[in-house]
Ligand binder design. Sequence first.
Ligand SMILES: Cc1cc2nc3c(=O)[nH]c(=O)nc-3n(C[C@H](O)[C@H](O)[C@H](O)COP(=O)(O)OP(=O)(O)OC[C@H]3O[C@@H](n4cnc5c(N)ncnc54)[C@H](O)[C@@H]3O)c2cc1C
Length: 235
Amino acid sequence: MMKVTNILKLKNKNHLKVISVTNPYDDYHIIKLTVDDKINWEAGEFGIFWLPDSDVKGKKWRIFSLSSIKKEGFLQIGTRTGKEISSYKKHIISLKEGEKVKMVGPLGGFKLKDNKTPLILIAGGVGITPIRSILKQLEGNNKRKVELIYSSKDFYLFEQDILDIAAKDKLVKLNLVSSRGETKKIIQSLVDIYESNAYYYISGSPKMVRASKKIIKSNKIRNKRIISDSFIGYK
Ligand SMILES: Cc1cc2nc3c(=O)[nH]c(=O)nc-3n(C[C@H](O)[C@H](O)[C@H](O)COP(=O)(O)OP(=O)(O)OC[C@H]3O[C@@H](n4cnc5c(N)ncnc54)[C@H](O)[C@@H]3O)c2cc1C
């Protein structure tokens, strides 16, 4: 990826305002921001965000995937703070309605390539964020098989949204799992069925992305079928 400092020079900044910040469970937070006519993005893309009116110590920006689609009328971020909360995250989760957020983007290649190839979507924890927007994009006009493997320990962020999408679409199958063993087993069984006839999207911590890729690659799936977003900063 291009250096963030260069991207900041090249790309226009979008000025957004907070609609709400909610805390659905433990250290999970959802931030909803306003959208206007000038902002457009594709499902799966990310933005680089900073908080112009907050006194953030250390690194002033973070990358977050855009977990909503424009049609929903808001731009949504989902995040976890962990136990030791960074200055940036302390500030972002304390934002109040109407406060400003700047975004550079959209950016990234975690996007749909066509409208017919089956999709194997693999999310680890908060890595569900770009996959939620992809599922939202497919909602109501999906023509292909979609398998979601969503691995998380105590809580599934956006679970209800995902259940609602799957309930209306027989082609979408959910595999909600909570252990590495189960995740591996399901990935292997799907690789056996689909081989290189599907796109494999993987999103989560670098460790989770590496482990999932390893299984897929060891089965000789073509590289161009594997698309991943590594959430650097998560263990
Ligand atoms: C494409 C992409 C999409 C992402 N989408 C999301 C999302 O939707 N939601 C979300 O919560 N997070 C997302 N992230 C990760 C996010 O940008 C933050 O890095 C993460 O949330 C941790 O931030 P923090 O403030 O909690 O921790 P930080 O204070 O940033 O860091 C936590 C730990 O990670 C280490 N670290 C930080 N940056 C790097 C680096 N570049 N290389 C190696 N070590 C590093 C730090 O030294 C520290 O030990 C995404 C990252 C990428 C690259």
